[in-house]
Design a protein around this ligand. Structure first.
Ligand SMILES: [Ca+2]
Ligand SMILES: [Ca+2]
Length: 306
């Protein structure tokens, strides 16, 4: 039996796949643009170990957001859950007219921004058809067609500064639920059977952290997100594409003879592992490729088997 050693040492780069699950505690004060889409997000800044919103008042409603890039790996065919801490402090709306600050965690159809399901924390004084309404509340909203004027909204008054909110989906009964926790455990605020949505079998939804500000100066420490978490699996039909390092093994061959390539992670292993099937010699040089995946190095040998 004749064999040849071809020895390779290869260092691997990390390989990125789309996964739904992940988290961010915003503690290193640099927004991770690998996991967050950041447009426009000019007023959302990762600082003081939070994702802070800092802005100057404007009579136009100001809006900003970041989106969880891995969100599009999720679908309504598998369970998932997303949560984040919301903070709102240092405001007094007793003298306000037409001012609002709102933080939201939301999911929506990435194709048309419809089919929105959200939960947020807001303080406001809004002129609603001639009546000035003031309040501070945790609010859940379902806007099935993207029409917020006709959205179903459920809220609960809350005057504290911090709340954890969560959106949760169970595929078996297509149930979306919005939860909040003000320190004594999660309560369901609202829920919705998503089976009415045309996107139920698609993979395309976004997860977003969003801010609305109407005419308020916001200084550091007043408004922030923290401790984002996403749990879930990618839908099975999703095609994943990744770039892997590979090695090409080549050897001089005799036409018609059979060769077996084997590999190992050690130079003198107890057992070599077959790499693919027998290769028939072409009379010049045969080549095969091996994607080495997670091994930092591999050794190869080629056996003439007949
Ligand atoms: Ca943090
Ligand atoms: Ca960061």
């Amino acid at each position: 039996m004749k064999f040849t050693y071809i020895i390779s040492f290869i260092l691997l780069n990390s390989v990125a796949f789309a996964t739904f699950t992940g988290s961010d505690n915003f503690n290193d004060n640099t927004l991770n643009t690998g996991i967050w889409g950041h447009a426009p997000a000019t007023d959302l800044v990762e600082t003081n170990t939070h994702l802070e919103y800092i802005a100057t008042a404007s009579s136009n409603e100001q809006w900003d957001n970041i989106s969880w890039k891995h969100g599009e790996g999720g679908s309504y065919t598998s369970d998932w859950s997303v949560s984040v801490d919301l903070h709102l402090s240092g405001f007094n709306n007793s003298t306000w007219t037409n001012k609002l600050i709102s933080l939201k965690l939301l999911t929506f159809n990435s194709a048309d921004r419809g089919d929105e399901f959200s939960i947020g924390f807001e303080i406001y004084a809004e002129d609603d058809s001639g009546t000035l309404e003031r309040g501070q509340s945790i609010a859940g909203m379902i806007a099935t067609d993207g029409n917020f004027e006709n959205a179903a909204e459920i809220w609960t008054n809350y005057t504290g500064t911090d709340v954890t909110v969560k959106l949760d989906y169970t595929a078996s009964n297509t149930l979306l639920q919005a939860y909040y926790d003000t320190g004594s455990g999660f309560n369901v605020l609202t829920n919705f059977d998503a089976s009415a949505w045309g996107m139920i079998n698609s993979n395309k939804f976004n997860v977003e952290l969003s801010i609305s500000n109407w005419d308020l100066d916001i200084t550091s420490g007043q408004v922030y997100f923290d401790n984002f978490s996403a749990l879930g699996t990618n839908s099975s039909p999703l095609i994943q594409v990744g770039i892997q390092k590979a090695v090409e093994i080549g050897w001089n061959s005799i036409s018609g003879r059979s060769y077996q390539v084997e590999y190992s992670t050690a130079l003198k292993p107890k057992n070599w592992i077959k790499l693919g099937d027998l290769v028939i010699g072409n009379g010049t040089t045969n080549y095969i490729f091996d994607s080495i995946r997670t091994d930092s190095k591999r050794f190869y040998r080629v056996l003439l088997t007949d």
